[in-house]
Design a protein around this ligand. Structure first.
Ligand SMILES: [Zn+2]
Length: 144
C-alpha cells in the first residue's frame, strides 16, 4: 500500500507531480469512495500536507483541499502559503467551500498562492478569488 507522508516544499513542479500520484479512485466500502481529486497545502514552515477527496452515500464526504487542511491541523499547523488540487486531467480550482475554509485560517490567507496552471506556471492569490470577502473584521476583533 502506498503511503503519502508529509513532505517539504521544493517546487511547484515537484508538488504537482507528487500530488498527482495520489489521484487514484478507490472504493473504501460500498458506500465510501475517494481519490478522484488530490490536494496539497504548503504551510508557513514549508511543510506539505496531502489529502484526497472523499464521497459517501449519505453526503458526509469532503474535498481533497479540506482533507489536506485537516491533515495540517492534525500536525499542529494552521497557516498556509500555497495550495493546489489535481485530478487525472490536471490542475483544478478549489470550490467555494474550500476557498472559504482557506480564508478563515488567518488574516493573511488572502495571500495564499493557488495554482491554476502548471505549464506554464500560473498562480492566483486567494484574495483575487474572494475579492469581497465578508469577515476581515473578525480577525481584527479577535486577536488570538
Ligand atoms: Zn472544495
Amino acid at each position: 500500500m502506498k503511503k503519502f507522508l508529509n513532505d517539504k516544499f521544493t517546487s511547484w513542479e515537484n508538488l504537482y507531480q507528487t500530488t498527482k500520484k495520489l489521484v487514484d479512485e478507490k472504493n473504501f466500502s460500498p458506500f465510501i469512495q475517494g481519490g478522484v481529486v488530490a490536494a496539497a497545502v504548503v504551510t508557513e514552515e514549508d511543510n506539505v500536507y496531502y489529502g484526497i477527496n472523499i464521497d459517501s452515500a449519505c453526503g458526509w464526504g469532503v474535498c481533497a483541499e479540506r482533507n489536506a487542511i485537516f491533515n495540517m491541523f492534525t500536525n499542529g499547523e494552521n497557516k498556509i502559503k500555497k495550495v493546489l488540487a489535481v485530478d487525472k486531467n490536471g490542475v483544478l480550482m478549489p470550490c467555494g467551500v474550500c476557498r472559504e475554509a482557506l480564508m478563515q485560517l488567518d488574516e493573511k490567507s488572502g495571500d495564499i498562492d493557488v495554482l491554476i496552471n502548471i505549464n506554464p506556471l500560473k498562480t492566483i492569490k486567494l484574495k483575487e478569488l474572494l475579492s469581497k470577502w465578508w469577515a476581515y473584521d473578525w480577525f481584527k476583533n479577535s486577536r488570538q
